[in-house]
Ligand binder design. Structure first.
Ligand code: MG
Length: 126
């Protein structure tokens, strides 16, 4: 069981991700914009962040920068989740400092195991 922060502004997408992860025994903490994501990170120890790149308050890359600039989160994996599916995006997200990239719409059959793979590679904050 892992605690996962899901940052996603679309309620139905957030619900779908939460339902899948909870079904697989994980605990989900939710945020819908940049400031709420920052608040959740200070309130909860999480083992992974699934970060929608297009969120209100400046975009997911603001949250990524906050995490990468804080030594307390040095081992926290952050995975971009975005509909941007053009070739080159994967490389661009990895170059920006994300640990990985999951494209939307998510594949409900493989999503949990992909997420768990990122958790195994990472550590935890705090
Ligand atoms: Mg979005």
């Amino acid at each position: 069981m892992s605690r996962i922060l899901v940052v996603e502004d679309h309620p139905l997408n957030r619900r779908l991700v939460r339902d899948i992860l909870e079904f697989h025994g994980h605990e989900v903490v939710e945020a819908h914009d940049v400031s709420q994501a920052h608040a959740r990170l200070s309130e909860h120890r999480v083992e992974l962040v699934l970060l929608d790149v297009q969120i209100p308050g400046g975009g997911g890359e603001v949250v990524l920068r906050t995490i990468r600039n804080d030594p307390a989160f040095s081992k926290l994996p952050v995975v971009a989740v975005t509909a941007a599916a053009m070739s080159g995006d994967r490389a661009r997200f990895l170059a920006a400092g994300f640990d990985g990239y999951i494209s939307k719409p998510i594949d409900t059959k493989t999503f949990a195991s992909v997420v768990e793979g990122f958790i195994e590679k990472g550590g935890t904050n705090g």
